[in-house]
Ligand binder design. Structure first.
Ligand code: RB5
Length: 148
């Protein structure tokens, strides 16, 4: 997975945090693809989660989805085949979502965590590699569930 490109999208409740994360990622040299929304006007999070993860799958890169709690965006993202979206609230969940779950989408709650913590989570998510081994077997079992 290419971790130098990030596709990001949010609803209105995640808009401010999305803008701050974009700024940070650009400063660190990432290519950022913004799938909206473009303002704090009310929109529906499934629309933006779906657009974001479709594009991240196409580009084989990390996706970031943001809504108020991160819950709706993560539920919607995980409906798309091939997506393993992890809702992270701290460094530990960010690290282990990559090491053990090979998460390819990070979900964040714009009304739950502050900007500094969100940026730490993003950096850890992007820099941590999947452990593989026994964890691959478990990921394969998750993939099989997509066929049901
Ligand atoms: C929008 O008010 C809010 O429901 C949404 O951002 C999200 O938190 C849903 O899970």
């Amino acid at each position: 997975m290419n971790n130098k490109t990030v596709v990001i999208g949010s609803d209105h409740a995640g808009f401010e945090l999305k803008e701050r994360i974009k700024e940070h990622l650009k400063q660190t040299g990432c290519e950022v693809v913004d799938e909206g929304t473009g303002s704090s006007d009310s929109v529906d999070y499934p629309d933006f989660a779906a657009k974001t993860v479709s594009e991240s799958l196409k580009r084989n890169c990390v996706g970031i989805v943001i809504c108020g709690t991160g819950i709706g965006a993560s539920i919607a993202a995980n409906k798309v085949k091939g997506i393993r979206a992890a809702l992270c609230h701290d460094g530990y969940t960010a690290i282990y979502s990559r090491r053990h779950n090979d998460a390819n989408v990070l979900a964040l709650g714009g009304r739950v965590i502050g900007v500094d913590l969100a940026i730490q989570i993003v950096d850890l998510f992007l820099s941590t590699k999947f452990d593989g081994g026994r964890h691959q077997r478990r990921i394969d079992k998750i993939s099989k569930l997509e066929e049901k």
